[in-house]
Write a protein that binds this ligand. Structure first.
Ligand code: PGA
Length: 261
């Protein structure tokens, strides 16, 4: 990866917490630590309904260190008969800078690679950063998951030309490792292999030099106890953190560990 890039730590709150007050409390606690970690860019992705209130807590200073993200988006930029959907323009207007696209929990609800491709394009066109999630369900003995991943990445990026490359982040989240105990997360050595494999796919699409500018993150049962292994030996350029991003103390520890790598 481009050595000048900061490590990226993204918290995905999923469908939590249950009140806006709680959301603000957790965010404030995360922000106070994130502001002092100069080598890290921290992003918090709350549910849509909390975004407006949390945006008010981010000021000009903290905005360089901490940004808002969303967990999904619709693919049409603005206006239209799409009941219940949120457009990229609306998110941009609400100060959202990063958008998770193609999380496995959305794919489980029916999102296809083709839909993911439309969403990634819509996000980068709106000048936000798309955090494209990919990952296999299982690791079969024959290694078919490598080809599965290649297809996921190639299709999702099929509409995105080189000029948008600075607005792309790839998050490798093997489904078998999400929501588990940390001992079941990927091991550093195996993650390193996946980072190299994904970098090769990105190189095939965009060429070696540009592919280096796309950060490759890891997600799936990240805790303070496996952070060093994942970012050190695993060579991930950042992390996508689920449950532990709702626990400010654990999340702060993760930030501090990565800040020292
Ligand atoms: P987890 O979730 O850290 O709770 O495993 C990660 C994710 O789904 O993004």
């Amino acid at each position: 990866m481009n050595k000048k890039q900061k490590k990226l730590i993204i918290g995905n709150w999923k469908m939590n917490p249950t009140s806006v007050d709680e959301a603000k409390k957790i965010f404030r606690a995360i922000k106070s630590v994130a502001e002092s970690e100069k080598n890290i860019k921290t992003v918090v992705c709350p549910p849509f309904v909390y975004i407006g209130e949390i945006a008010k807590i981010i000021n000009n200073n903290s905005g360089k260190m901490v940004s808002l993200g969303s967990q999904d988006v619709f693919w049409q930029a603005f206006g239209g008969p799409f009941t219940g959907e949120i457009s990229p323009t609306m998110l941009g207007d609400a100060d959202v800078k990063y958008v998770i696209v193609g999380h496995s929990e959305r794919r489980e609800l029916g999102e296809t690679n083709e839909i993911v491709a439309k969403k990634v394009l819509a996000v980068v066109k709106e000048k936000m950063t798309a955090v494209l999630c990919v990952g296999e369900k299982v690791r079969d003995k024959d290694g078919l998951y490598f080809e599965f991943l290649r297809q996921q990445i190639k299709t999702a990026l099929s509409k995105v030309s080189k000029k948008y490359i600075d607005n792309l982040v790839l998050a490798y989240e093997p489904i078998w490792a999400i929501g588990k105990n940390e001992t079941e997360a990927i091991k550093g050595k195996d993650l390193h292999e996946m980072v190299i494999f994904i970098r090769k796919i990105l190189t095939d699409i965009y060429g070696a030099e540009d592919a280096l500018n796309i950060p490759i993150l890891y997600g799936g049962s990240v805790t303070p106890r496996n952070t060093l292994e994942l970012v050190g030996e695993g060579q991930a350029q950042g992390l996508l953190v689920g449950r532990q991003s709702l626990e400010p103390e654990s999340f702060a520890e993760i930030l501090k560990i990565v800040g020292q790598i």
